[in-house]
Design a protein around this ligand. Structure first.
Ligand code: ZN
Length: 359
């Protein structure tokens, strides 16, 4: 899912989903046009508590040593994309609950203050935005925002929302992580379809957005868990190609073409004096027009950024690195020496073969 990077907290990149940006812009513009600054203010308040919600997840995750790649903020909450989702249900449960718990805490505090000052009536009508900047009205809105965020995230049992994670964790304690994921993803999709239909009938764009988000998220998550379960324990050295076919940086493109046809790999490390200086791929070559081939050598078209891994790295991590760096292969180095190469195709074939063993 695409988001726009807005900053970093505790070293975690925070991204804002395009729908959230659009929503804020829309409300900003309409708030300014109609001179209603309350909407603008309350939307910023919502944004603040969404960030706080996500940070609570992240802090608990960090405590368990789960690395957070990035946090994506959506209008109704957010998703912390964890590098590896903890397979221990208790940890996942605590990470999932942390976000809504923070919201409930703020809701409770603001309610207690309202109660203490005899201002509980400021909460009503509940679904109206109060049109003043008075302290107790702001507090009433803090209560509403947090109550809604907390309830919605915790009690809709649809992966990848918090409630779905709680459900998966509870199921995982009984039927194992993989089956629990498949089951919760199935439930999530049913909920997503229901949300979609209600969204259509009630002309609610936010609900439509959430339904897409839940459906795609559930699909991605169950696929990811399936693949990571299949690949678990498999190391790069188990499937890498150890006899690496390299090309020289001085090779002409014509020679490279013949070489590629002979070996039929789509990418080759480029060496100079026994040292790896780059990688040249089929796509590098295909970007040069045929009639220009005579004007370049391999070193002119290769990429010099070496994306590498170690032989004892997990294949799953290698795959995620490929996705992150948008490359089809990683060079395997040991003590500054090239000892192998692992490609996306290697991994896909490994997954296909491992599938046989699981059925
Ligand atoms: Zn959450």
């Amino acid at each position: 899912m695409e988001g726009i990077r807005i900053g970093k907290i505790f070293g975690i990149p925070i991204e804002m989903h395009i729908s959230f940006i659009l929503l804020i812009l829309l409300l900003f513009v309409s708030g300014i046009i109609f001179g209603n600054l309350y909407i603008v203010f309350y939307i910023l308040l919502l944004f603040f508590f969404v960030v706080l919600h996500e940070l609570s997840h992240s802090l608990v995750a960090l405590k368990y040593g789960v690395k957070i790649d990035r946090i994506m903020l959506l209008p109704f909450g957010g998703v912390a994309s964890m590098k590896d989702i903890p397979r221990e249900p208790k940890k996942e449960l605590r990470i999932a609950i942390a976000g809504p718990l923070m919201n409930f805490l703020f809701a409770l505090i603001s309610f207690l203050i309202l109660y203490a000052f005899n201002k509980v009536e400021r909460l009503f009508p509940f679904f109206m935005i109060s049109q003043t900047f008075e302290f107790f009205d702001i507090l009433a809105t803090v209560f509403k925002i947090n109550l809604i965020l907390g309830i919605f995230n915790l009690f809709v049992p649809a992966l990848p929302m918090d409630g779905g994670r709680v459900l998966r964790a509870i199921l995982a304690m009984r039927i194992g992580f993989l089956r629990a994921t498949e089951l919760s993803a199935g439930i999530a999709k049913i909920i997503a379809v229901a949300m979609f239909m209600i969204g259509i009938l009630s002309l609610n764009p936010l609900l439509l957005l959430i339904s897409f988000f839940v459906y795609i998220g559930a699909e991605q998550e169950s696929k990811f868990i399936y693949i990571s379960t299949l690949l678990s324990g498999l190391k790069v050295e188990d499937i890498m190609t150890a006899d690496v076919i390299t090309v020289s940086k001085d090779m002409s493109l014509e020679e490279l073409y013949v070489f590629m046809l002979k070996h039929r790999h789509m990418g080759y490390p480029v060496v100079d004096d026994g040292r790896v200086v780059g990688v040249v791929t089929f796509s590098d070559l295909s970007q040069i027009r045929r009639e220009d081939w005579g004007r370049f050598k391999v070193e002119d078209i290769m990429s010099t950024k070496l994306i590498t891994c170690r032989k004892d790295e997990e294949v799953l991590d290698a795959l995620m690195k490929m996705n992150r760096e948008n490359v089809g292969r990683l060079l395997v180095f040991e003590n500054d020496k090239l000892i192998g190469i692992i490609t996306r195709t290697d991994i896909i074939r490994a997954i296909e073969i491992l599938r046989l063993g699981k059925a």
